[in-house]
Write a protein that binds this ligand. Structure first.
Ligand SMILES: Nc1ncnc2c1ncn2[C@@H]1O[C@H](COP(=O)(O)OP(=O)(O)OP(=O)(O)O)[C@@H](O)[C@H]1O
Length: 300
């Protein structure tokens, strides 16, 4: 069962109040001779959106899979809500898995089930005694909460756009009223408008539902707009966890290239513009927006 910081078991409906719902210590993951993580440490704060970045193949997804117990590490310990999940059977209810929701890359919806039925899967698994009518109602509510029209409940995944699939996956991740939300590249494949809308939804859900969010992304706009802190994976470890402005000051080649390269700079400018637009009533802000919005000389 989930535990508080003194080791007391939490009641079924009692929320975790400790500072760190996820603690990873000395994690090592290897596939044959390939070592993906070596002695990796990470603590996720309650109530934050933690962005997780790193070059392709640095082990972001393997880290997430380790935390949710789908990948057995070679060494180290992982505590979620105070309870070690190492060596636990993914099929046995240990009073923790119903406290998190996961949006896998691409949504990972069951193609033969409707959106509503997809959302009902975890409800059936963890609360088999809920009456079908109530279960349908909860699923409908989660679908709407995720920003889909109510009609989407009866649709099959093949009838949805990429963005709608992500929202349906999110609805399923929210099915059990989780305290922790894992999002694996939620904005990948979305157009910029759809990606920004998904970011806003994530932030709203975090604020209104009091979620802690573990968010793997390559999307610099997401990092700038909604992440409280960002963990950087490189050299088989988490080499830094900090706010984006603080990370940008670090003298690591990958961090510099990522945050201070052209795309990083563009994301920063976009965020500065957003911030200024929020203060457009002040003349200096209006002036700055006009200046920044102008394309550089020579570019129409
Ligand atoms: N089940 C597995 N068996 C063997 N190797 C694996 C397995 N899962 C992951 N790997 C390897 O571990 C490394 C890290 O994979 P992972 O998917 O975590 O990277 P990532 O940082 O999420 O990358 P990307 O940003 O490209 O999604 C890769 O080299 C991958 O091939």
């Amino acid at each position: 069962m989930a535990q508080d910081e003194t080791g007391r078991e939490l009641g079924r409906h009692e929320r975790y109040r400790g500072d760190y719902p996820i603690v990873v210590e000395g994690l090592t993951n290897a596939f044959g001779p390939q070592v993906v993580h070596e002695n990796l440490d990470l603590k996720v704060r309650r109530g934050e959106i933690l962005g997780v970045v790193g070059g392709s193949g640095t082990g972001k997804s393997v880290l997430m899979r380790s935390i949710i117990g789908l990948q057995r590490p070679t060494a180290g310990d992982i505590r979620v809500f105070g309870k070690s999940i190492i060596d636990t059977d993914p099929n046995v209810n240990i009073g923790i898995r119903n406290r998190w929701g996961v949006l896998f890359q691409g949504g990972a919806l069951f193609s033969t089930l409707t959106v509503g039925e997809n959302v009902e899967v975890p409800l059936k698994q963890f609360y088999p005694d809920i009456e079908p009518d109530l279960r349908h109602e909860i699923a409908r509510y989660k679908v709407v909460l995720s920003g889909l029209a109510e009609e989407a409940v009866a649709k099959f995944p093949s009838e949805l756009s990429g963005g709608m699939k992500k929202r349906a996956g999110l609805a399923r991740a929210l099915a059990l009223d989780p305290e922790l939300l894992f999002l694996d590249e939620p904005t990948a494949g979305l157009d910029p408008v759809g990606a920004a809308a998904f970011d806003r939804l994530t932030l709203e859900l975090k604020e209104t539902l009091g979620l802690t969010v573990f968010l793997i992304t390559h999307d610099l706009d997401t990092l700038h707009e909604i992440c409280d802190r960002v963990a950087v994976l490189a050299d088989k470890q988490v080499i830094a966890v900090d706010t984006v402005p603080n990370l940008m000051e670090l003298d690591h080649p990958w961090i510099q290239q990522y945050f201070n390269g052209p795309r990083g700079r563009a994301a920063l400018t976009a965020q500065a513009l957003d911030e200024l637009r929020r203060h457009m009533d002040k003349p200096v802000a209006a002036h700055a927006v006009k200046a920044l919005d102008k394309p550089p000389a020579g570019k129409a």
